[in-house]
Design a protein around this ligand. Structure first.
Ligand code: SAM
Length: 300
């Protein structure tokens, strides 16, 4: 299984081992995975699917601070991923802003490149923000800034996005592209632990009900805490979006022996999804794009 200190071996080690057990061969493109996020999301899994016919693939990736093991059901994901590749090539890449593309390509060099929202999700968020006429938004979890640049580009000239992350080093990779795109003035970057910052903000009367949109893409185990505070900050009719609510497909019912059941984030998200489904304060839609994004429109 994955081990050692080499990020690459941790990244794909378990998947490669499993496949070699089943097929006597290693994961296709394994050497390329960290640098080619979209191969991981598409061709690599498609090829794995073809050769192992639905064996569960175990991937390691660095989420926030921890190396995390994620089970992805190749059987379930492969047809979807083939469609994603089609969507990317047909509808997303040709229309992606040149600075978003450059930021995405620069991010591929980062060992945690998988943390970025994928470009098809970025395109979706961009259109959603425009349909919502969003002017004031908040983002939890910036990383190199793909979703942040997407947001800043979608906001009007006098729009503002408050973006919070406790690690500015990744943002510094994305900042030159944000500057070249001419939208830095729309960004209020806050280097901080996110929950205490959002908590303080939610107590300020002048901030309450003043946000059109919130995007939460960090600190998954605290999604419930953000929800209570963001419901104060987002106006009635505004939307809170939670990323990764499908957790690589692992939120679906699992075999009792499955390793997925030992993943606290997966288990938390299962409960959180059920909680949102019953929360009368919001109207929800869980969109199967990227790793799943749940949109909660505040209705009371
Ligand atoms: C999944 S990435 C965000 C990806 C980003 N939305 C994008 O499209 O590139 C999560 C980010 O959240 C930050 N983070 C994790 N936990 C945090 C916390 N408790 N407070 C503030 N930032 C946090 C990490 O430093 C990381 O940059």
């Amino acid at each position: 299984m994955a081990g050692g200190t080499d990020p690459k071996s941790q990244f794909y080690g378990a998947g490669a081992d499993m496949l070699s057990v089943f097929k006597g061969q290693t994961l296709p493109y394994a050497e390329l995975l960290p640098e080619h996020k979209n191969l991981l999301r598409t061709e690599a899994l498609r090829e794995v699917y073809d050769c192992c016919n639905g064996v569960c693939l175990c991937l390691w990736f660095k989420d926030e601070c921890e190396w995390t093991r994620v089970w992805a059901s190749v059987l379930m994901l492969a047809p979807y991923l083939v469609c994603v590749q089609y969507i990317l090539e047909t509808s997303v890449y040709p229309r992606e802003h040149e600075q978003l593309r450059a930021l995405r390509e620069a991010t591929l060099q980062h060992p945690a490149a998988l943390s970025s929202v994928p470009p098809e999700e970025g395109q979706f968020l961009s259109q959603f923000l425009k349909v919502l006429n969003a002017k004031k938004t908040i983002e939890v979890g910036v990383f190199t800034g793909y979703s942040l640049l997407t947001t800043a580009l979608a906001l009007p000239e006098d729009g503002k996005v408050t973006a919070i992350d406790f690690d500015k080093s990744a943002y510094e990779i994305g900042l030159p592209f944000i500057q070249k795109a001419g939208v830095e003035h729309k960004i209020n970057y806050i280097e901080s632990e996110a929950l205490p910052f959002v908590d303080e903000l939610s107590k300020e009367e002048s901030e309450q009900g003043s946000y059109d949109f919130a995007f939460v893409d960090a600190d998954k185990l605290n999604y419930g805490e953000y929800h209570e505070r963001l419901l104060k900050l987002v106006r009635v009719g505004g939307v809170i979006a939670y990323d990764n609510t499908l957790w690589f497909g692992s939120v679906t019912p699992q075999d009792p022996d499955s390793t997925a059941l030992k993943d606290p984030t997966r288990n938390f998200l299962v409960k959180f999804n059920a909680f949102l489904a019953g929360d009368p304060r919001v109207e929800i839609t869980q969109v199967s794009i990227g790793d799943g994004v749940t949109l909660c429109r505040r209705i009371s």
